[in-house]
Design a protein. Structure first.
Length: 255
């Protein structure tokens, strides 16, 4: 899909995203959206597609680094709980508590016992969230290995993207099938009526973003909220220009 095609298709969806934010603020709805998937699947791009439309005061992106020593001693879900939204807010999780069932399991950062406990506790934890009124949406972004390899190569060759790669990414490349097995195990345990999973094909990232955003909007309740009733009346007199007495703006950049 060409960039212009994507942007044209996103226009009406962007309007609906803005309406979603207005609805959430007006009703006090709390929205949590999880983005999970393999490395290079397109989580960051999908999140930016949504976040770029919304007010950062209302919509926050949660992308946690590896847990600190203190966090390793906490209840596993504890460091995620503090990033849950308050009323009227939207939280987009770039990876989430599902790290335990994915990368931590496959790369050996969690024991089998810890993974089993996580898979047992997660449906209960998520039931607590949804019972409290949080709207929880969980997306897994799907990507074939040949497409993943191409994206890894593009990152490696691009000086603006190479920083995203790490030795762990290089190791994860060789464990594609292990990640598939871990995902299927996770889905079987955590795809519930109160917090179902949705899989989206992201072999084409632009098409995947459109599919995900459209599905997200279709899952929301009716969002008919009256708009503020006011008018922008004409100014009294001619518009003013900027004036400076203490400092002046930088000269224009000329390259």
């Amino acid at each position: 899909m060409k960039k212009k095609e994507f942007e044209k298709a996103m226009e009406p969806l962007s309007v609906r995203l803005a309406e979603m934010a207005y609805w959430a603020k007006a009703t006090g709805q709390r929205i949590v959206i999880l983005f999970e998937g393999r490395d290079t699947a397109g989580k960051g791009g999908a999140i930016n597609t949504i976040a770029d439309v919304l007010n950062p005061r209302q919509c926050k992106v949660v992308a946690l680094s590896k847990p600190s020593e203190a966090e390793q001693g906490q209840w596993y879900f504890q460091r995620y709980v503090e990033h849950l939204p308050t009323k009227g807010e939207i939280a987009l999780f770039d990876r989430s508590w599902y790290n335990r069932a994915g990368v931590e399991r496959v790369m050996g950062f969690a024991t089998p016992e810890q993974v089993d406990t996580f898979l047992e506790q997660t449906p209960v934890f998520e039931k607590m969230l949804t019972d409290d009124g949080i709207l929880l949406l969980k997306y897994w972004l799907c990507c074939d290995q040949d497409e993943q390899e191409q994206r890894f190569a593009e990152r490696f060759d691009d000086p603006l993207k190479r920083y995203k790669l790490s030795p762990m990414d290089a190791e994860a490349r060789t464990r594609y099938d292990e990640y598939t097995k871990a995902r299927e195990h996770m889905l079987k345990a955590t795809h519930t009526k109160h917090a179902p999973w949705t899989l989206v094909d992201f072999n084409s990232q632009k098409q995947g973003r459109l599919t995900l955003v459209a599905d997200l909007l279709d899952r929301l309740p009716e969002m008919k909220i009256p708009k503020p009733d006011f008018e922008l009346t004409p100014l009294n007199g001619e518009p003013s220009k900027e004036s400076f007495s203490v400092l002046k703006p930088l000269p224009d950049y000329e390259g």
